[in-house]
Write a protein that binds this ligand. Structure first.
Ligand code: PMP
Length: 378
């Protein structure tokens, strides 16, 4: 099977599996237990993993919170900040996001809207990017949070997070970015980009499913941002998230981050090469094809392309035993993509659009074999 659906999830790295195994076997201690070695080993391993995640984005260790994944992180930041700043601190009730966020942001915003918050959904350009001026024009005295996706999961296009977050910082408005698709794939340095919160997930970077995290910035003097927890209970994760740590998953996530940091430059070069070959070949087979991803401001290896006259579902079904590609997000199957609608595609264009997303495990042979299959089923 040629797996080209790495934006949906990735193959777990064997080095990650190996790092997790002891914690599914003999190292079963609870990191919150005290004084005996089994618990201390678990605690030490959780903290080492926290360091690996922190090193990938250049944050402090105590700015990394483990969650069950990016959906939870997005829910936690959006609901938790809204609750704390509006209900507890009596500040504003306005949140700004965009029309092309992941469902875990959009559905949370809809839920907040029903509870009295005002949400502005920004438009995007034809590549899926938010306009800085539109954001500036939408900020009001009531705005408490701006949440904009870093790299779009359907298009692979990157938002200009550096300038968008700087604008919010200048106005003392908190800024969150869903970094699920970019963690480990592009350089993220929270010391130079003034985001307050990030969400991410392990299974997009060859780690296990059901584990992820968020970055929550501390002030220069180390003060914690108060956020109402999503999961109340014990004092794990600096009181932000209760529940016994999923130690094996956390260890796997830490290992995946360590590998991503080590291999990022090499992987980027290979993925860009494979992507260029794919784009050239697709254009040669389908001269009227249209690449919807931004060609430079993008996640390496992700291509969203419209192939006029080629129904995407029929194409995917024809290839299903040999190649895995996708029509877009695995989280909104069944409906025409709202992301593609937002960049201006017509319904017939949406039904002829596919997403190809590569990973470090893909090879030139696989790209050539996929191209040959496209030619043969034409
Ligand atoms: N945000 C984005 C941009 C995503 O692509 C995904 C996964 N499809 C999520 C959030 C949700 O991640 P998780 O599967 O870890 O809940």
């Amino acid at each position: 099977m040629i797996y080209f659906d790495n934006s949906a999830t990735t193959e777990i790295d064997p080095e990650v599996v190996e790092s997790m195994l002891p914690f599914l076997n003999e190292e079963y201690g609870n990191p919150s237990s005290k004084y005996y070695t089994l618990a201390e080993t678990a605690k030490k391993s959780v903290e080492e993993s926290r360091t690996s995640v922190a090193e990938l984005i250049n944050s402090r260790n105590d700015e990394i919170i483990f969650t069950s994944g990016a959906s939870e992180s997005n829910n936690f930041i959006l609901k938790g900040i809204s609750d704390y700043l509006y209900y507890e601190k009596k500040l504003g009730n306005h949140i700004i996001t965009s029309k092309t966020e992941h469902k875990s942001v959009l559905e949370t915003c809809k839920w907040l809207e029903k509870r009295g918050y005002k949400i502005t959904y920004l438009n995007v350009n034809k590549y899926g990017q938010v306009d800085k001026d539109e954001l500036e024009g939408s900020l009001t005295k009531e705005t408490i949070l701006v949440s904009l996706i870093w790299g779009n999961n359907e298009l692979g296009t990157l938002n200009e997070i550096s300038s968008l977050s700087s604008m919010c910082k200048d106005r003392s408005i908190l800024f969150h970015s869903d970094a699920t698709q970019v963690l480990g794939k592009i350089d993220i340095d929270v010391k130079s980009i003034p985001v307050d919160f990030l969400s991410f997930s392990a299974h997009k970077i060859h780690g296990p499913k059901g584990i992820g995290g968020c970055f929550i910035r501390k002030t220069k003097i180390g003060t914690k941002q108060k956020i109402t927890p999503l999961i109340h209970g014990g004092s794990q994760e600096f009181d932000y998230r209760a529940g016994t740590h999923s130690v094996h998953n956390i260890v796997g996530f830490g290992k995946a981050c360590e590998i991503a940091k080590r291999e990022m430059n090499k992987n980027t070069l290979v993925l860009k090469d494979l992507e260029t070959i794919l784009i050239d070949q697709i254009r040669a087979i389908y001269p009227s094809s249209q690449i919807n991803s931004h060609l430079t401001h993008k996640i390496p290896g992700v291509i969203n392309v419209t192939l006029p006259g080629i129904n995407n579902e029929i194409l995917i079904r024809k290839l299903r035993n040999d190649v895995a590609i996708s029509t877009g997000s695995a989280c909104s199957l069944g409906e025409p993509s709202y992301v593609l609608k937002s960049i201006g595609l017509t319904e017939s264009e949406i039904y002829t659009t596919i997403r190809i997303s590569l990973s470090k495990f893909n090879t030139l042979n696989q790209v050539n074999s996929f191209i040959n299959q496209l030619i043969s089923i034409q």
